[in-house]
Ligand binder design. Structure first.
Ligand SMILES: *[C@@H]1O[C@H](CO)[C@@H](O)[C@H](O)[C@H]1NC(C)=O
Ligand SMILES: *[C@@H]1O[C@H](CO)[C@@H](O)[C@H](O)[C@H]1NC(C)=O
Length: 175
């Protein structure tokens, strides 16, 4: 009788351990786990921390909104530069970049963020990949004596998009 009681309690303990929620470290390190799957770990962590209790989808949303606010900020910056660049050789490439980023801010990114919320990850993924390419295209518009005043911004936008794409991939396919 004694042995059967103790083996029963061992069994109960075992069941309890198996059914207990994930260890805390595993939850707390979700940002870390996600960021390891992206091409820019440091940028990803910087962007997503602190974020206690968030799930993958809300972290993807946070990254998506950071892309939008960065592109919006850069578009405003370009429009400011354009006012002083009239008649100079910088006017054309700056205007080209503005033309490129205006629909991104007005339509593409808001639609992608909406798609993300609705679980249409394929579309969201497509848009963020495209915006990453647009940032590169803007940068390539400057050459020779027309040194780009947007290099750091374009690079940040492109990298943030690549991080967003990697996180949406996790949403689509798991880790
Ligand atoms: C752009 O992204 C960086 C990195 O996540 C963030 O620190 C910064 O606040 C963003 N800038 C804007 C204007 O949203
Ligand atoms: C900028 O790029 C666009 C297309 O990406 C091109 O049509 C335009 O000529 C380029 N402008 C400059 C100054 O290179």
């Amino acid at each position: 009788m004694r042995t059967s009681v103790s083996s029963l309690s061992i069994l109960l303990l075992y069941i309890l351990l198996l059914s207990s929620p994930l260890p805390l470290t595993q939850c707390g390190d979700l940002v870390d786990q996600i960021c390891k799957k992206t091409p820019f770990y440091d940028l990803c962590v910087l962007s997503l921390k602190p974020n206690s209790g968030a799930d993958v989808k809300s972290l993807a949303s946070k990254m998506a909104n950071l892309v939008l606010s960065n592109v919006t900020d850069t578009l405003n910056f370009i429009q400011g530069l354009l006012k002083e660049a009239t008649g100079t050789s910088l006017e054309r490439p700056l205007a080209d970049c503005a033309e490129l980023y205006i629909p991104v801010v007005k339509y593409n990114l808001p639609q992608a963020i909406d798609a993300l919320i609705r679980g249409r990850y394929g579309f969201a993924n497509y848009v963020f990949s495209d915006v990453s390419k647009q940032a590169d295209a803007c940068e390539k518009n400057f050459s020779g004596e027309n040194e780009s005043p947007l290099t750091d911004r374009n690079k940040l936008i492109s990298n943030l998009c690549d991080v967003a794409v990697a996180i949406i991939n996790i949403l689509q396919k798991g880790f």
